[in-house]
Design a protein. Structure first.
Length: 239
């Protein structure tokens, strides 16, 4: 059985007034990942694998976003500065991350602009910028601005194009295999129909929802014990 991580609808208002709708799934083991890929191939013979790459994702906590903006302003590409400043000024809650993806170093900020959280909110601003420095150098800039490490995650990701939907399957330290289903819309009125479409897609693929309280327990456990899992093949199971 494939367990679906709590349907995590991430509505991200991006640079070109587009909205990202994303559902995450927890597959657990490689057999379930293979089952999902086989089912997608069965239902969409035109499915295309877009390749595999590795990522390191470092999450930060505490700190002040406006202070971080001031610290990193001179390093952020000029075309990205206004977006970063807007998030720093408007964010009610936020999540700061750094990412290494096949040699590229990226600064990521996800911020809630309503009363939901930056981790599980439905209306979020998202900022990503390619940084001309090493992952360690970027981390040190963030730490120097008053943040602390929350957790470090490592994963290997394979991307697919399935029925005009971006699907990623990750081999993730701690959680094991996860999948993400993502679509982007440019008109707000199309968001709800797209949510329904993705829900039907998950149902068609035979996935099953994972309760939110279990998801929260797993997330908290990893954050408390990430040093035991980061960069390893080890996984855990929290009911």
């Amino acid at each position: 059985m494939i367990y679906l991580r709590q349907i995590h609808l991430r509505l991200t208002k991006m640079e070109k007034n587009s909205y990202e709708i994303e559902l995450k799934s927890l597959l657990g083991n490689p057999q379930n990942a293979e089952k999902l890929v086989s089912k997608m191939k069965e239902l969409d013979p035109q499915m295309v694998s877009k390749g595999t790459h590795k990522q390191l994702n470092h999450y930060f906590k505490d700190g002040d976003l406006k202070t971080l903006y001031e610290k990193l302003e001179s390093f952020v590409p000029a075309e990205k500065k206004s977006q970063f400043k807007e998030i720093a000024e408007k964010a009610k809650t936020f999540s700061v991350r750094t990412r290494w993806a096949d040699g590229k170093v990226i600064l990521v900020v996800k911020a809630s602009v309503d009363e939901t959280t930056s981790s599980n909110g439905t209306a979020r601003l998202e900022f990503e910028a390619l940084m001309n420095m090493t992952l360690e150098e970027l981390d040190n800039q963030i730490l120097a601005s008053g943040f602390n490490y929350q957790a470090k995650w490592s994963r290997e990701r394979t991307d697919y194009n399935y029925k005009d939907t971006a699907v990623s399957i990750d081999k993730n330290a701690g959680y094991g295999y996860l999948a993400e289903f993502e679509k982007t819309e440019t008109e707000l009125e199309k968001v709800e129909p797209t949510k329904s479409l993705l829900r039907e897609m998950l149902k068609e693929l035979g996935v099953e929802e994972l309760a939110q309280d279990r998801l929260e327990r797993m997330f908290a456990f990893y954050n408390d014990n990430w040093q035991d899992y980061y960069g390893t093949e080890k996984t855990f199971n929290i009911e």
